[in-house]
Write a protein that binds this ligand. Sequence first.
Ligand code: CFM
Length: 537
Amino acid sequence: MAISEKQLQDILDQYPSKVQKNRRKHIFIKNGEIENQVIEANTRTIPGIITNRGCAYAGCKGVVLGPIKDMVHIVHGPIGCGYYAWNTRRNKAHSDDPTDNYINYCISTDMQESDIVFGGEKKLAKVIDEVMDIFKPKAITLSATCPVGLIGDDMGAVAKVAEEKYGVQVLSFSCEGYKGVSQSAGHHIANNILMEKVIGTSTEEKAPAKFPINLLGEYNIGGDGWEVERILEEIGYHVVSVMTGDGSYDDIKKAHTAELNLVQCHRSINYIAEMLEVKYGTPWLKVNFIGIQATCETLRNMALYFNDEELTKNTEAVIAKELSRIEPLIDQYKKICDGKKAFCFVGGSRGHHFQNLFAELGIETLLAGYEFAHRDDYEGRHVIPTIKTDADSKNIPHYMPEADEKRFRLKVSPERLEELKAIIPLSEYKGMRFDMAEGSIIVDDLNHFETEAFIKLLKPDIFTSGIKDKYVIQKMGIPSKQLHNYDYSGPYAGFNGAVQFAKDISMSFASPTWNFIAPPWKDQPLLEGKVTEEGVA
Ligand code: CFM
């Protein structure tokens, strides 16, 4: 179901002209006849607009660092920043030694007014002392929130003193919320320091088993990472590290021993993937474990990379076994899902990844987008050289290591690498637009007004999005499934995840609840109006 440019313009016409001009650049209707459909992305949200985005601190501490279970993550700031990031993302972690798993804790310096006036460094040092006294972790991270940067606390200096005092790594992250236009800035800040100070610090030179890989950009939401690891290990891969779902500091230190890096979430971790290639010569492969066919394709691409007869055989055997097991389970749900329409708007990767799973269930994606992704996540990596660096992106330090003299080693010959690049997505991501149907809508940083306007126009059967808009959508009589934390469910990745997702959304479709909700446009007289430069007309 395509919409016309006129229908899109009618929605935008409801904005004041300046806002309209801005938002127009963030939305397009897919048209395959146009070679470059440029979208504006990773720029500031217009002040006052209700966005779904988070902040740089959320991207650094919440997304990338938080899931590392055996480090203690201290939030330097007022208590709210810590409290509201406490266990809401459902990045699960399990440890054989429960005393070395801090995932359930929220540790904050609880800055008060007097700390803002007189400085919070002493309090931060005291919290580190307390953490060492109570937990004795092998490493600590310190994440800055907005006021820390505004008053100029020197977290790096506090970290240095603590490192000398306790002999453990204390990493300081200047990820103040305002450091970027969204959480994307925080991903980059976290990537830089993990690469500079943690990855490669193990003395291990070789992985202990064949086919060692790192799984990057997998955060084990609702157990996704566990399902992916189950499949990979059954085939015969050795997972060196996962960054960072159910992640371990000790494992991340060994990431240089992998022969291939898998990139699930391109947005949050493509920096580390690129840096590992430059420093150690390890290529990265864009993978997708969301959706049955996507999972099969990913496994086959990995087998092509390693080019080992036994591994290829195992790959096909596991795929065949899993498919015959799950097909009867999923078929019952396909009947319920078939013919439905979806909107899929998530942070930076899932807005794309889940479209495969929808398609497999017979659901068409009419509209999709990301909260904070960059142009390459929409248009493909080939646009990276053309992306302008603006004042906001200059806030984030650029870090790129050099090749490691001792450890840099080409994992496959340059000729073979070129051959492989022609058939599998090595160092490549084609972006969301490539996979979307003609006439579908692609929106960057969708806001609440547009959410309502597009729902009224296209009336989707399901809207997968986040907590900030979930209940607005449901009050319009449309089921909404959170794809950030999967509500209370999961996993949704891999084979078992596909079945779980199909079951969950089928339950939504089958629920009679929606019949009891009259969306606002059904029983309220609509007042038509227009806001112009001069006022309300
Ligand atoms: Fe990557 Fe993520 Fe996502 Fe993301 Fe996030 Fe997330 Fe997300 Mo919420 S790392 S970009 S910053 S896949 S927390 S696990 S669901 S917005 S689409």
